[in-house]
Design a protein around this ligand. Sequence first.
Ligand code: ADP
Ligand code: XUL
Length: 532
Amino acid sequence: MSPSGPLFLGIDSSTQSLSAVAIDDSLNIVAVESINFDTELPSFQTEGGVHRGDDGLTVTSPTTMWVAALDLLLSRLHESGFPFDRVCAISGSGQQHGSVYLRAGARGVLGKLNSDKPLRVQLAGLFAVEDSPVWMDSSTSAQCAAREAALGGAQATAELTGSRAYERFTGNQIAKIYQSNPDGYHATERIQLVSSFVGSLLAGDPIPIDAADGSGMNMMSIREKTWSPAAVECTAPGLRDKLGPIVASHTVVGAIHPYYTTRYGLNPACKIVAFSGDNPCSLAALRLQAAGDIAISLGTSDTIFASLAEPAPSASEGNIFANPVDPDGYMALICWKNGSLTREEIRDSAAGGSWDEFSAALDATPAGNSGQIGFYFKDPEITPPILQTGTFRFDANGNAVAEFAPQTDVRAIVEGQFLSMRLHCGNIGIRPLSILATGGASANAAIIRTMSNVFGAPVYSAEVTDTASLGAAYRARHGWICKQQGRFIPFAETMAAAPPFEQIATPDADAHAVYSAILPRYAELEKRVIEA
Ligand code: ADP
Ligand code: XUL
């Protein structure tokens, strides 16, 4: 680490751990640290960071565990000699949708933190609800149905808030708390997201929710980036006053509380930049700032992150969030459950269990697979929502067939997955101009070539780890630069020193034309599969 110069800290409160990444002004990572909840805070008795209810649907985390983890994380960095006095700004990331319920008087307690005692001791009693519902909770189907009924249906809810009502989304969780624990609800002065809560601990004052993470609540108008009165009022009475304001994600929302300057040596001038959700922070880490930039992660599941200018929210495809680095922009998050594990199944049945053989089969078959199309649902699919599992194969005339030749099967699964991505991205307004590939299967050149040809876009490789905390550190620096200059500076300008991502595929125009011609047939067959 260089001996001087500003540093920026990103803190990620995820489901299983609290982590930090520090960067210098040249965007180099200079420190990383992480606290695992299960193993390093065993008194909270979590498994994977959570407690699961007997109903199989309720999932919560003890709010105080996050408080204890913050002291532990900072003391760990402090003991390692990390130069906290050089940190100019801190921002953070949190698992999306989780909520924290601060009791009346919380503001006074947070403002008077005493650096002689741990946070956990001083903040006992701060929470009107002790266990925070988190994103894994799926116990609010009744509240989701009520929300969609109140707002005019699933599509109307998506158009207003960016997503149809989802069980994990915070508004539906708040409605459940109001209904099942009215005393706790009425004792609450302020409701925060996991992200804004951790930022509030550092500022010693409840900081606002940012627009990107606020989009995961089913209560924010996705276009106005303000609370939607209708979506707030149908949740619980008296809620508006408990939510506080919404700010753009790059906003400086406070300064570090003296607790941290005395205890850990932070600089009193250190700014707190609004905290945001983990997916928005990952978008920042992957530097997807311009509309048309997308990232495709080929991991256990396949996920697409995209920056977009004009969203077309959909009740059946993905989520639209406010963009965390562009106050006028949006981002989309779409997930396919049938990703790598489903590709592995065809690798095993059609390519002798070898990725090399799988790649050779792809290379030996023509783009468009001579008109043959397959749908492979090893697991119930999220995009499009299909509960029925199974494999559905069609010949060039659209007739269902029981089998394909092994090489045809290999090409059909890969093309089918990317055609599905292109189709469903298009449905919510995503038109990729460049693709950043990440995840295990992005190492496969034949798969990446097919991706490039289906989308007609160049593909770049991104090997970025700890994307949520790194993105938070980038955002801390972005917010700090905007504050210093007294105006909004485009995120891309602040990232100019970052090394470019390496290009790994160039689209072939002829192959791309074949896929453009196939897409309507693919959409038609998908409809048939859903209706079957
Ligand atoms: P996650 O982070 O979601 O757990 P990863 O991004 O690490 O997953 O991806 C793991 C997957 O990568 C494995 O399930 C495997 O199918 C896939 N994978 C690894 N190498 C290859 C390859 N050469 N070709 C295709 N897929 C691969
Ligand atoms: C996104 C979601 C998860 C959480 C936890 O909608 O529920 O990705 O953010 O990572």
